[in-house]
Design a protein around this ligand. Structure first.
Ligand code: SF4
Length: 327
């Protein structure tokens, strides 16, 4: 078996909740609480969950925009979990990020040419003439006109701004891109154009994506495998088609049941429709963190946290679920 490009082992990202006169940490927001995932070279791992489940925090910790509390991030054979900012600089060429809101993530005072050319400047690559030539090539690759180079991000639509964000992310030909809800802020008609662009670039450049989103329908369209996250934990992970066709975890089934489906025979089971809100990650439920919303919960679920285990159906590909029972 090939070594994964990215391996995340038992990663925890806790944020202190401070209080009292001395503002000491009184508790912790356990945004990511022991996550293990991997991404193979050239594949897309979709990471899905409701807002507040920790998926964006996990993405930001992987690119080291956030410091992990515990655990390991192995990228391309190197443990990058504890590297300093200067030690991370060469690694940053190979791991890039696409953000949800390109309007916010792009500096509005810089021209598109300066924004896309900035990664070359940061890494001291190429002469100004050569950078300009590369920026023009990148504009062409993402479907923007050459005259965009001297204009400003606010002159473009949301979809075009996301194309600028993508051009910036692929500028240094990275190996892995963390895509944090890259189409959530866009109209449905524009979403598919951006997704198709990302798929084309992946094929051309052998990119790997960790595709973070709350919309399982969008994630299924682009992913080879899917991981379902809830309250800082992975609930289920496996081949995208298999997860969609034969989900084992009640939370996954509830997410699938929530996808608008015109064919009644393909609608989810009513028992797995989600009730209530996601509990606070500051005081998560004991045992299985999903037990407060699970229609199948039993006393064991309150007392014991289930491990992520291989399901009975995982003969050809790995399909894991974090549930005590075969439901
Ligand atoms: Fe539901 Fe229990 Fe399984 Fe958790 S372990 S998903 S509460 S049945």
């Amino acid at each position: 078996m090939n070594t994964p490009l990215l391996e995340v082992n038992d990663l925890k990202v806790y944020f202190p909740v401070k209080g009292g006169i001395l503002m000491r940490a009184k508790n912790y927001n356990k945004a990511v609480d022991g996550v293990s995932i991997h991404v193979n070279a050239g594949e897309t791992l979709g990471l899905v969950g409701e807002s507040g489940c920790g998926k964006s925090t996990l993405g930001k910790a992987i690119v080291r925009l956030l410091k992990p509390t515990e655990g390991q991030i192995i990228f391309d054979g190197n443990d990058i979990s504890t590297l300093s900012a200067s030690e991370l600089k060469p690694i940053r060429r190979d791991i890039q990020m696409i953000f949800q809101d390109p309007g916010e993530s792009l500096n509005s005072r810089l021209t598109v040419g300066a924004l896309i050319g900035e990664p070359f400047e940061i890494h001291n690559l190429d002469s100004p003439e050569s950078r300009r030539r590369k920026v023009l090539e990148l504009l062409d690759q993402v479907g923007l006109p050459a005259n965009a180079i001297d204009r400003y991000p606010f002159e473009f639509s949301g979809g075009q701004r996301q194309r600028i964000g993508i051009a910036r992310a692929i500028a240094l030909e990275p190996k892995l891109i963390i895509c944090d809800e890259p189409v959530s802020a866009l109209d449905v008609s524009i979403q598919s154009q951006i997704l198709n662009l990302m798929l084309n670039l992946q094929q051309k450049m052998q990119l790997s994506y960790l595709f973070v989103a709350h919309d399982l329908a969008v994630v299924k369209h682009v992913s080879d495998r899917i991981a379902i996250m809830y309250l800082g934990h992975i609930m289920e992970i496996g081949d995208a088609d298999e997860i969609y066709r034969d989900a084992k975890h009640p939370y996954t089934r509830a997410l699938i049941a929530a996808i608008p489906e015109p064919d009644p025979s393909r609608r989810g089971r009513t028992k797995d429709v989600l009730q209530g809100d996601v509990p606070s990650p500051i005081d998560p439920p004991t045992g299985c963190v999903f037990h407060t919303r699970c229609a199948h919960a039993r006393p064991q679920c309150v007392a014991e946290q289930p491990n992520l285990r291989e399901t009975a159906s995982s003969e050809l590909t790995s399909h894991k679920v974090a549930c005590h029972f075969d439901l």
